[in-house]
Design a protein around this ligand. Structure first.
Ligand code: ZN
Length: 134
């Protein structure tokens, strides 16, 4: 086997593993608890949902991330990232996918549109984090 063929073979194996993992987790995301400081949680399809250690019992935060997972199911993998990064042009606080997640987790009107400030100052019902820096 030539070196180029071996590389191609491994790229193919990695792609197949990613596709199988995506299919297996699309309706049942894996949740990881990991150390984070500037973030409280991240939804990274198809890998899963990452929640900051210390927030294991925070159901509002998990609900917020599960709405992002629903967005991934609705938009597809590429569609989710496309819409998310397009939304970031307005800044994190005004990203439509974030606004939807905040509305559907019962954030108050101020926190929905000023989420960074709200989280840093204990005004969001999802989470309080003075170091929040999305
Ligand atoms: Zn979010």
């Amino acid at each position: 086997m030539k070196a180029g063929n071996i590389i191609l073979f491994f790229v193919l194996v990695v792609l197949i593993v990613i596709v199988i993992y995506s299919i297996a987790t699309k309706d049942n995301p894996k949740v990881f608890y990991t150390k984070m400081k500037n973030f409280n949680a991240r939804t990274i399809p198809p890998m899963g949902i990452f929640i900051s250690k210390g927030q294991e019992q925070n159901n509002n935060l998990l609900k917020h991330e599960l709405i992002h997972w629903e967005q991934y199911q609705r938009l597809g993998l590429l569609g989710f990232y496309y819409e998310y990064f397009k939304g970031e042009e307005n800044g994190y606080d005004l990203n439509p996918l974030e606004i939807e997640a905040r509305q559907r987790t019962g954030e108050n009107d101020f926190a929905i549109y000023n989420y960074t400030y709200a989280v840093r100052n204990g005004l969001a019902n999802t989470v309080y984090n003075p170091d929040f820096n999305p």
